[in-house]
Design a protein around this ligand. Sequence first.
Ligand code: IMP
Ligand code: MG
Length: 335
Amino acid sequence: MIADVVVDLQYGDCGKGKIAHALCRDRDYTHVIRYNGGCNAGHTIYHNGEKFVTHHIPCGVFFGIKSIIGPGCVVHVESFLKEIEELEDAGIPAKELVKIATNAHIITDFHRAQDGKDEEIGTTKRGNGPAYRDKYGRKGVRALEDQRLGNYMINIYHELYENEEFEDIEILFEGAQGFGLDIDWGDYPYVTSSHCTVGSALLNGVPPKALRDIWGVAKIYETYVGAKEFEGPYEDFDLIRELGQEYGATTGRPRQINWLDFDLLRMAARINGINKLVINKMDILDEIDKWYAYNGPHLLKFDSREDMEFWIRTKMEVEVSEDIDTFFSGDKEHI
Ligand code: IMP
Ligand code: MG
C-alpha cells in the first residue's frame, strides 16, 4: 500500500484542491480519501475549464477514482446528497464513485442549530464542532446508522485489506482546513474541531510505513477566516483580497490577510514531515510586486520574487530538511 498526503500548512484555503486535482491527473491512485472535517471545507477545483466547489467530496471523482469520505470526517447528509446531485448534473459519476466510511460521523440538524449560534470562534456554522463533540462524548451517530446513506456505505478495513479488486492500493489523502486551525497545534480556541496534520490521515486506517509523499501547501501570503483579529495594518491587503478573490468558498466571508509568517510555515513543515512544498498565489504578489514576510518579529522586504523564493527555499532546506522540493505556483498556473 502506498499513500500520498496533501496537507495545508496555514489556515486553509491554500489551494489543496488544486494540488490534489493535479496529483489525481498525473498519478495512478486507486482511492482518494478525505481524512478530516465536514462541509465547513470548501475546495475550489477547476476541471476541464469548469469551476466546482466541493465540500465533503474528494476530488478523485473528477478522474473516475473511488473517492471516500473517511472515518475522521463528519457528514451532513442533506448537503452531501445535494453535492452528489450537483456533480451528477455536471456529468460527473459521483453516485458510482463516492463512498462514506461506515464509521464516519453524522452532523445532525441539531448540531447545525447549535453551531448556528456561535459568536466567539467565527465558525462556518455548519455543525462541525458539535458533531465532533458528540463523537468524542460517545453520543454521536455513525454514518452506518443513517438509512439515507445505504448505497454509499463502505467498510474501510475490508476495502483496503481484504479486497481482491485491486492488486496494489495507492491512496491520495486529501485534508481539509490547515495547520493553524488544527485542534492541537492551532491558535486555540480559534481552531476547527478536527486534526489537520498528516497524523490525521493515518487515523483513517493506513499504516505509517505506507506514506510516500507529503505535500505541504501554503500561500505566499496568509489568510484566515474567523473571529480573532488577524489582519495586519497594511493597505496592500485590500488589493490582495480583491486580486486573490480571498472570500470564503463556503460562507463568502472576506478572509483576513497578512504577510507570510515563516515561523508558522517552518513549524507546520516540521511537524508534518513534508517532502514537497507548494507555495501558491505567486501571481497575486506579482501584480502588486511586494515581497514581504515575517521572520520572527521582523518584517523582511525582499527586492524581488526571485529573492524571496531563494530565501524560502534555502531556509526550508537548512532549517527543516534538505529533502524538500519547493514549487512556486500562480493561481492560474499548473504544477
Ligand atoms: P468550524 O470548522 O466551522 O468549526 O470553524 C472553525 C474555524 O475554522 C473558523 O475560523 C472557520 O472560519 C475556520 N474554517 C473551517 N473550515 C475552513 C476552511 O475550509 N477554510 C478556511 N477556514 C476554515
Ligand atoms: Mg477552502
